[in-house]
Design a protein around this ligand. Structure first.
Ligand code: ADP
Length: 193
């Protein structure tokens, strides 16, 4: 069975996590952020070390590790009944982030909509990430070079994922609007799905 899914898409700092957390509080919606799954690993585990190594450089964790970890995380949440696929819309944040990941997930996801949160002004994204560094204890937001690298990786590796799913699924939203306005626009689409 494929999971009914909406994707939160956009550059680091575009506000995927902010919106995802809110949507995840609505009954019938289950939010999972790939970065959070990684950050819940311990540094003693092999995958925890792999994550630290790649995220510390602003690079994507290799696809096989990422998809394996994600599948395990989802299974765990199904077993704990937090996620009930027949009942819930899966809200995916930060996944897939490469074409290969999109292909690997094709057997698992029934993607109904993609919310592309766009912010053409790089300096705004950078400022948001830098504010988040201390507030959310995000090591990868501390270093300016790492932030630039993540924005480049997004342009190069993640953006092509939009073409994989096709323009008819993509809803473009201006991420520089206040979060409540972004949320309103998401809900307008979600209530019609
Ligand atoms: P942001 O969207 O602000 O970059 P995330 O928490 O989504 O923050 O991701 C932080 C880091 O975790 C990424 O830079 C990357 O190293 C790793 N990561 C998260 N999601 C993926 C993914 N789908 N594939 C590979 N690496 C990922």
């Amino acid at each position: 069975m494929k999971y009914n899914t909406v994707l939160l898409f956009g550059a680091p700092g575009a506000g995927k996590g902010t919106q995802g957390k809110v949507l995840g509080t609505v009954p019938g919606y289950f939010h999972i952020a790939c970065g959070d799954v990684f950050r819940n690993l311990t540094v003693e585990s092999e995958l925890g070390r792999v994550f630290l190594e790649y995220s510390g450089r602003g690079e994507l964790v290799p696809d096989e590790y990422t998809i394996r970890l994600w599948r395990e995380a989802v299974e765990g949440r199904k077993q704990g009944a937090q996620f009930q696929p027949k009942r819930d819309m899966l809200v995916l944040d930060g996944l897939p982030r490469s074409l290969t990941q999109a292909q690997m997930l094709a057997d698992a996801l029934n993607v109904l909509a993609i919310f592309n949160l766009i912010c053409p002004d790089r300096s705004k994204l950078i400022a948001r990430l830098q504010r988040r560094a201390l507030r959310e204890n995000r090591l990868d937001d501390v270093n300016y070079e790492v932030i630039l690298q993540r924005l480049d990786v997004y342009e190069r590796e993640t953006k092509p994922v939009l073409d994989f799913y096709g323009a008819q699924l993509v809803h473009t939203i201006d991420a520089t609007q206040p979060p409540i306005v972004v949320l309103h626009q998401l809900l307008e689409v979600l209530t019609k799905l």
